[in-house]
Design a protein around this ligand. Structure first.
Ligand SMILES: *[C@@H]1O[C@H](CO)[C@@H](O)[C@H](O)[C@H]1NC(C)=O
Ligand SMILES: *[C@@H]1O[C@H](CO)[C@@H](O)[C@H](O)[C@H]1NC(C)=O
Ligand SMILES: *[C@@H]1O[C@H](CO)[C@@H](O)[C@H](O)[C@H]1NC(C)=O
Ligand SMILES: *[C@@H]1O[C@H](CO)[C@@H](O)[C@H](O)[C@H]1NC(C)=O
Ligand SMILES: *[C@@H]1O[C@H](CO)[C@@H](O)[C@H](O)[C@H]1NC(C)=O
Ligand SMILES: *[C@@H]1O[C@H](CO)[C@@H](O)[C@H](O)[C@H]1NC(C)=O
Ligand SMILES: [Ca+2]
Ligand SMILES: [Ca+2]
Length: 384
């Protein structure tokens, strides 16, 4: 072994009797370490940055009045996505509320990276095996070897409710300044567009996130919103609090009441509300081809049905029967997604799914989405 072969950066090798000095050894080890860090030793690791497979439903809701995210089918995917969302939220939250992100605001990406590896590994995350495990959890009412629309709707709904409650908890954390598990109206800071919107000559969403909305959500009237009440506040359409449902009707009237008499006349109903009800009822969303004139008669019929006291105007109470159609609930979306899944996977067209049908069509439940390095916002470049 010749000393010169260990010459580093033109330094003269310190050849001692035993070989080279401790300093040289340290430098050599350090160099080895640096080389091993820079070399893409693990091809899988390298690949991950370029092409990543994700499993999530590619289901998209038909255009109702407001968009809705697809509901995760598999609790494992849901929890992975939730974790990722939390990290994004933390990042944004700390930026907005505390200025520069501190040490503690730096997300721990490892969890998420491991999850990606896991999903990408077909042997570890085997969609067939997942469906076999999940099937008996969905087929419960009754247990008969088939998943019906109702069973799948309930499954989706529970998943959606978990998602919603999780977001509510996270939101609550940021508003509950004194950490007592309750949010007072004073603690609650409405989004900035609320205070900028003035008294809402533009109509839409004018009374949302204001004190009346808050008070209506406060079911027991103690001046604070607990977790249930805060969740209702954020999602009035899914609430069972009658005060809040009434507020929602009142708000609907206020937004449409162009002549400001506190009720809706036929014209105010026809231009706006009726379209929403029709869109909700019309599964195929195909009636936009109909002319206004053709729709006037059914609109008149519905109007007179709703106008219980026959004064030719709709009050907020008279809107109660259709408020669920103006503001679709989580159950509505859960059913829509169930219908879609069944329509895609129901090979023998008996209106329900057997385990075999589900296994034959795994990507109705798990859509593969390939991405090419579009994930910079998740901070993966920090790992280069
Ligand atoms: C979802 O993905 C599957 C398979 O990749 C495809 O057949 C289906 O058309 C997609 N659905 C939508 C709504 O994009
Ligand atoms: C997934 O599991 C099924 C059933 O256990 C098996 O037949 C199939 O080969 C597995 N797929 C992969 C990619 O390992
Ligand atoms: C909104 O209306 C209330 C009373 O109706 C009034 O006191 C308040 O100043 C108005 N705010 C704005 C921004 O116009
Ligand atoms: C909301 O309730 C509080 C009492 O808890 C009351 O002081 C306040 O005036 C109410 N605000 C509105 C807009 O109803
Ligand atoms: C919140 O308060 C309501 C009564 O307004 C009660 O029914 C509900 O159980 C409470 N929720 C929690 C999480 O304590
Ligand atoms: C939608 O409407 C068009 C034109 O009225 C019609 O040709 C088509 O068959 C309808 N589609 C469905 C799914 O009803
Ligand atoms: Ca069943
Ligand atoms: Ca309360």
């Amino acid at each position: 072994m010749s000393c010169t072969s260990y010459s580093i950066n033109g330094r003269l090798p310190h050849c001692h009797a035993l070989g080279f000095s401790t300093l040289d050894l340290i430098i050599a080890l350090l160099l080895l370490f640096l080389i091993s860090q820079n070399r893409p030793s693990n091809p899988q690791n390298h690949n991950r940055h370029h092409r990543r497979l994700k499993l999530r439903s590619n289901f998209t809701f038909k255009a109702t009045q407001k968009g809705h995210d697809p509901i995760p089918f598999d609790p494992i995917i849901a929890s992975i996505e939730r974790k990722r969302e939390d990290k994004q939220w933390e990042k944004k939250h700390y930026k907005e509320f505390e200025g520069a992100p501190g040490e503690e605001a730096q997300p721990e990406w490892e969890d998420f990276m491991n999850a990606e590896d896991y999903l990408n590994d077909e042997e570890r995350f085997n969609v067939t095996e997942r469906l076999v495990v999940l099937f008996p959890k969905i087929d419960v009412d009754p247990v008969d070897g088939y998943v019906t629309e109702l069973e799948l709707t309930e499954w989706n709904l529970r998943s959606a409710e978990r998602e919603v409650m999780h977001r509510t908890e996270r939101d609550m954390e940021s508003h509950d300044k004194n950490r007592d598990g309750l949010v007072s109206f004073k603690e609650y800071e409405p989004p900035t567009w609320v205070s900028n919107s003035g008294n809402g000559s533009f109509g839409y969403d004018m009374g949302w996130w204001k004190e009346e909305h808050f008070n209506a959500s406060d079911a027991d009237g103690d001046g604070y919103l607990n977790k249930t009440e805060f969740n209702d506040f954020l999602h009035p359409a899914d609430s069972s609090n009658p005060k809040l449902i009434k507020w929602l009707c009142r708000e609907e009237v206020r937004e449409r009441d162009t002549d400001k008499d506190g009720k809706l006349n036929f014209k105010e109903f026809f231009h706006g509300l009726f379209d929403l009800v029709r869109t909700y009822d019309d599964e195929d969303h195909n009636s936009s081809h109909h002319s206004n004139a053709a729709m006037e008669r059914p609109a008149q019929t519905m109007f007179s049905q709703l106008d219980k006291d026959g004064d030719g105007l709709l009050s907020d109470e008279e809107l109660l029967p259709i408020i669920g159609k103006l503001h679709p609930s989580e159950r509505y979306y859960a059913k829509q997604q169930a219908d879609y899944i069944i329509s895609q996977a129901d090979a023998d067209k008996d209106g329900r799914l057997s385990l075999a049908e589900m296994i034959e069509n795994p990507y109705v439940f798990y859509s593969a989405i390939f991405t090419d390095e579009d994930e910079y916002e998740y901070g993966h470049d920090e790992f280069r």
